[in-house]
Ligand binder design. Structure first.
Ligand code: HEC
Ligand SMILES: [Cu+2]
Length: 367
């Protein structure tokens, strides 16, 4: 008795702190990984199911607790009460409280099973954008086989068009999840899983691996970029230049000479940066793991790291970990492991400051 009242007192003392914590949590301005604001048809179907279930649960809760409270109050014991009538079982009551839950379960099960079937197959047909998703420790690869695009950590989609994902992994289990659009759906080695959705709005949204996959599982994020058809087409056109899936990654050399001297100087600077960067990209061993336009491995589609051919145009670096700025890229190249401990990007040798500066300029010029 004494022990439990001590516990109650302790809880009462913690209560203000707990309430404050809840209050502070409610102050967050936006919830990038919320499932409660669906922005695509798949997520909306799941959200509808969630709301249906919550409505039923609320009705059951209010009715059951209401009857309980009413019974406690109405039949409460009084000092002069006689011995209550002794009863044993009540068939009518038992039938009623078996049949009602059975009906509720059916009301929940039917839409649930329907949704499961609807969301568990590939989407096909004209106008569906086909994307292959490959999970890697700890980043995401996205390929658009019909459009000739291979990219990492950033999935571009046209708003209002269904995208069909064919998903697998290069190593261990991962789970694809863009909370406001679709998922979670696991990916397995040697097997393909489908997922489709259609974005209702444009914008940049966060995605995340949702299956524990090693030390940097929590930092295996990506961005979903929903854009207009024109923006999407422009992005595809840019990404196709030097893509591993187009002309084996080769780009015809630009041999034109600008007419004005400023243009010639700019081209000369760009050409020499390109040459120095390319040489370093091979010399420093980057080429062992990354496809890159203009390098011998530009055509490789299955390497250990993301295709860097257009890394300069990405919103974020290293699986959504940090904004794509000059400073962050420098930090990453100086010591990947200090930015993302355990990362599989292991450099053969430490880069000098001068090498880092060249590589940063080179990579950022590839947009
Ligand atoms: C042993 C393989 C390996 C080598 C060598 C390597 N990388 Fe990486 N690189 C990776 C992997 C794996 C990732 C993904 C890391 C992550 O997000 O966990 C990565 C990520 C990156 C990224 C971020 C890409 C993105 O989409 O955000 C850049 C930039 C990069 N590497 C540049 C380089 C450069 C420059 C070199 C050479 C100096 C290099 N890498 C050498 C494996 C490698
Ligand atoms: Cu994971």
């Amino acid at each position: 008795m004494e022990k439990s009242s001590g516990l109650v007192r302790r809880l009462a003392r913690q209560a203000p702190a707990l309430c404050l914590l809840l209050l502070i949590a409610a102050c967050a301005k936006d919830y990038p990984q919320t499932t409660l604001q669906p922005r695509g048809d798949f997520a909306r179907m799941v959200d509808d199911l969630f709301r249906t279930t919550v409505v039923w649960a609320t009705i059951v809760f209010v009715l059951v607790e209401g009857v309980l409270l009413w019974a406690i109050f109405k039949f409460r014991g009084r000092a002069d009460d006689p011995e209550p009538r002794q009863v044993h079982g009540n068939t009518t009551l038992e039938v009623v409280w078996t049949v009602i839950p059975a009906f509720i379960l059916v009301a929940i099960a039917v839409p649930t099973v329907k949704t499961i079937f609807k969301t568990s197959d590939y989407a096909t047909g004209p106008g569906v954008v086909q994307i292959e998703v490959i999970g890697h420790q700890w980043w995401w690869e996205f390929r658009y086989p019909e459009l000739g695009v291979v990219t990492g950590n950033e999935m571009h989609i046209p708003v209002g068009k269904t995208v069909n994902l064919r998903m697998t992994t290069a190593d261990v289990l991962h789970s694809f999840w863009v909370p406001q659009f679709a998922g979670k759906r696991d990916v397995f080695p040697g097997r393909y899983n489908p997922l489709w959705f259609k974005a209702e709005v444009t914008g940049i949204f966060s995605g995340q691996c949702a299956e524990f996959c090693g030390v940097q599982h929590a930092r295996m994020g990506f961005k979903l970029i929903s854009e207009t058809q024109e923006e999407f087409d422009a992005w595809v056109a840019r990404e196709r230049i030097g893509s591993p899936l187009v002309n084996a990654g080769t780009v015809p050399a630009d041999t034109t000479t600008p007419a004005d001297s400023a243009g010639r100087a700019a081209k000369l600077a760009a050409d020499s940066l390109e040459q120095a960067g390319r040489a370093l990209f091979s010399g420093a061993g980057c080429i062992g793991c990354h496809a890159m336009v203009g390098t011998p491995l530009a055509s490789a589609t299955s390497l250990k790291g993301p295709n860097l051919s257009h890394v300069g145009s990405r919103q974020t670096l290293v699986a959504g970990l940090m904004p794509n700025t000059e400073e962050n890229l420098r930090k990453w190249l100086a010591n990947p492991d200090s930015v993302k401990q355990g990362t599989l990007m292991v450099l053969p040798k430490k880069l000098t400051d001068a090498e880092i500066a060249t590589l940063v300029a080179y990579l950022r010029s590839h947009r």
